[in-house]
Design a protein around this ligand. Structure first.
Ligand SMILES: [Zn+2]
Length: 219
């Protein structure tokens, strides 16, 4: 059965809508997020295309309850900046036990305190209300499948579907990240799919459509 609806998660710092999509009504709870970094539009595009597939083919999410938030940082997306409109790196603003006010590069500004940013406050409230069993977070950079918490097996499955490698460490510390908060602290499997950056969106979609479908089926 084809059952979906869209909803408004809330408003960004500059009052832009943050939209969400819900597919199915019960079953294993899967969350997919994109656009946490505004200068990674590939992650938004690939999820918008995936949402269109799910709208057409209800059988894809049979037995699953899927929430997709394709563009968590619409201000950064509009301004073409990694950070949000308050110049905070949203993936350093989660209330994880390793959150730190220190940062070296401006692009990693974690904010004055955890949850200082409206976008992260909204997402954290949403996660607390609709606890996920597995989370997929889509970014763009060097293609790879990274994971936090007990997510190695699903990371391997997605790596197989994309041809990208699995990495358990991104190469630098990420205090206050989604993976630190949900994966390390709460032991909820978090997979970070890094799709290719600065390439055409069609290629990104071709390379990752199967992985996204596999995530819904196997996660
Ligand atoms: Zn990113």
């Amino acid at each position: 059965m084809n059952k979906y609806k869209s909803f408004l998660l809330g408003k960004s710092a500059q009052d832009r809508n943050i939209e969400g999509f819900e597919f199915g009504t019960s079953g294993r709870s899967l969350h997919i997020y994109g656009g946490i970094h505004g200068d990674e539009p590939e992650s938004v595009d690939v999820l918008l295309r995936f949402i269109e597939v799910l709208k057409e083919e209800g059988s894809v999410y049979d037995g699953k309850h899927v929430y997709i938030i394709p563009n968590l940082n619409p201000d950064g997306w509009f301004l073409k900046t990694r950070v949000n409109a308050n110049k905070v790196d949203l993936n350093r603003n989660f209330p994880s036990s390793n959150w730190s006010p220190q940062f070296e590069l401006l692009k990693n500004n974690p904010g004055k305190k955890p949850l200082s940013e409206p976008e992260i406050k909204l997402l954290v409230q949403f996660v607390e209300k609709h606890p996920p069993q597995v989370v997929l977070s889509v970014h763009s950079w060097l293609p790879q499948v990274n994971y936090d918490g007990p997510a190695l097996s699903i990371a391997r499955t997605l790596a197989k579907a994309t041809g990208y490698k699995v990495t358990d460490h991104i190469g630098y510390a990420t205090p206050g990240s989604l993976g630190a908060w949900l994966g390390d602290d709460q032991k909820i499997p978090v997979v970070t799919l890094e799709v290719p950056e600065k390439t055409n969106f069609d290629r990104v979609w071709m390379e990752n459509k199967k992985a996204l479908l596999t995530f819904i089926k196997k996660a």
